[in-house]
Design a protein. Sequence first.
Length: 239
Amino acid sequence: MNVKGRLTDEVKRRLLILCLVGFALYGALNVLAMIVYPGGTSSDAERTAYSFLDNFFSDLGMVRTYSGEPNTLSCTLFASALVLVGLVLIVFFPLLSAGFPGPLMGKNLSSAGTAAGIVSGISCIGIALTPWDRFLKTHMFFAYCLSVSFLAVALLYSAAILRNPTYPNAYAVVFLVYFVVLLMFATLMVLGPDPESATGRRVLATGQKACIYSGMICIGLQVIGAYVFNRDNAGEGMA
């Protein structure tokens, strides 16, 4: 392999490391946003602090809390986290797709999965820029786009990995597990309890967090997998 090829592989590995760091920062910024959130839920506007069971993630991005108090710091941290993870997804999926040069069906599946992954990244940025208390319809549009695009990512990439004889099938299993988790949450949102009821709100808010955290784990593992694959197949699989 020539010097140019080695440099290309090294750049890819560095970008993958940056993607992993980006996911870690995303998690940290979300935790900080929860810590500084002034408080309030849809049923108790005067409640102090963030409630893991009663508040949705998007509450962190409100311009004002349910009581009308400014939510500037939490909103900024939450939006920054989503913009960051959106950019990470936009960078990561083309890098992942480079590990699937053939056969044709696997390449097409990974290309389609990458397109869906880029849509998911754009959706994250859209959610960040449209606080639900100001732009509810647009915010929900991006939220639905994120769910649908990630379902497509998980399904397409799991199929692509299973068709690739050199890429470990364990990562297809990770995608499929997340596909099931996300599909269950989407079904819960459509057919589940009333979010205005105390029980319904807790079920949906908890389910949302389980879905988001499992998604972070899924993509984090995929970044690690892509890094290892790139390292072990430098100049071949991801050239």
